[in-house]
Design a protein around this ligand. Sequence first.
Ligand SMILES: Cc1cc2nc3c(=O)[nH]c(=O)nc-3n(C[C@H](O)[C@H](O)[C@H](O)COP(=O)(O)OP(=O)(O)OC[C@H]3O[C@@H](n4cnc5c(N)ncnc54)[C@H](O)[C@@H]3O)c2cc1C
Length: 383
Amino acid sequence: MTAPPHVVVIGAGTLGLCTALNLVEQGARVTVLEAQSIASGSSGRSVGVVGSQFTDPFEIMLRVHSFRRFRQWEGEGLRFNHIGYLRLARTQAQMGLFAKSVEMQAEAGLSSRLIRADQLSELVPHINPDGLEGGLFGPDNGFLDPHEMCNFLAGLVRAKGGEIRQYRKLLGVARQPGGYRLETSGDPIDCDVVVNAGGAWAPRVAELFDQRLHIWPERHEAVVIHLDEPLGYTMPMVMDLVNGEGSGLNFRHEKPTELIAEIHKVNSAAPEDPDNYNDQCEEQSKVDLAELLLERVPDLPGARLGRGWAGLYPVTADHRPLVGPIDASEPTLITAAGAGGYGIQLAPVIGQIAADWVLHGAPVSVPGAASLAPSAERNRPGH
Ligand SMILES: Cc1cc2nc3c(=O)[nH]c(=O)nc-3n(C[C@H](O)[C@H](O)[C@H](O)COP(=O)(O)OP(=O)(O)OC[C@H]3O[C@@H](n4cnc5c(N)ncnc54)[C@H](O)[C@@H]3O)c2cc1C
């Protein structure tokens, strides 16, 4: 009998922890190295939305895999707020795509439905339907607390024998027969396989292995909206963006008298330095957000802007994650990074695919997932 491989996962965000969990479940020996604390990167700064209202079959299929895991974890105690997800359509062509999405989701066991423009106010009584043709609604979609998700996953990893070392940064790498010696901010670690789940820092981690990884850290902001009184209904996640068209405004209920709003689409002229970026919300962004909100949901009772913050989307050239080996001749070095604005909802399936690469040399459990490998064609500059 051969000993299980010792896999070191770099990063304790959602991608690293989901990868670690899939690995320990399949018998690997796993150590997660985290430079700071669990969820201290992008994961802890996200707004935690998990949705399947997409129009591309591959994007839907990935989320079908993720949802299976979220349902399982919910049964094991992870809190998931099923507030629903409404994606708005501005054109009949988009409504046509939504109708196909409803069919695709139904085939995969996910429930969703088309909403006509005159039905939008049944879901969101405060909505101004001007310029809208309708929407696509998934009642089971929702959000979770990303810190809670990461700590829940860390608990599962530990319960299955995995180790998570916080405040242990990877500083250097020496290749040795059969694996690597990792220089860290603590003792060196010998291992057989490394998974780079370093999020916005993943290019720097790759450099330690003399690899080039093209991920663009893009700054995004979120703001709390306070209300004078409860709305009397639950505001689902409302998203004004279809395949890049729309304002990018999105908002959802957080607490009875609190919404969280964000603009998913931003102009990002230069990549951010993940160790030194403005993690607070700019005043101008709050003004822009308020204008968009006033246009789409006027008359929210006493709505006023509260605290805001910023975090980083780790963005790739084609806006899909990079999962697999960069260099096919080095299958012991796997990347799981670049999930952009979807690294909470896609983490379960990305972790599954990354673990497949480590243990089986190919993404055997997710059809089509080989296309996510960081090939020369995909791993390129630009975003
Ligand atoms: C404002 C905002 C809202 C968002 N909303 C959503 C949403 O609603 N739904 C959704 O699905 N996604 C959302 N996202 C995107 C999501 O947060 C990211 O895609 C996801 O968190 C990326 O996870 P990750 O594990 O790749 O990276 P991270 O969470 O950043 O984890 C990487 C970790 O690696 C560690 N690390 C780096 N270098 C080293 C090293 N040398 N040694 C050891 N450790 C190292 C870092 O400290 C970090 O903790 C949002 C993001 C932002 C900013």
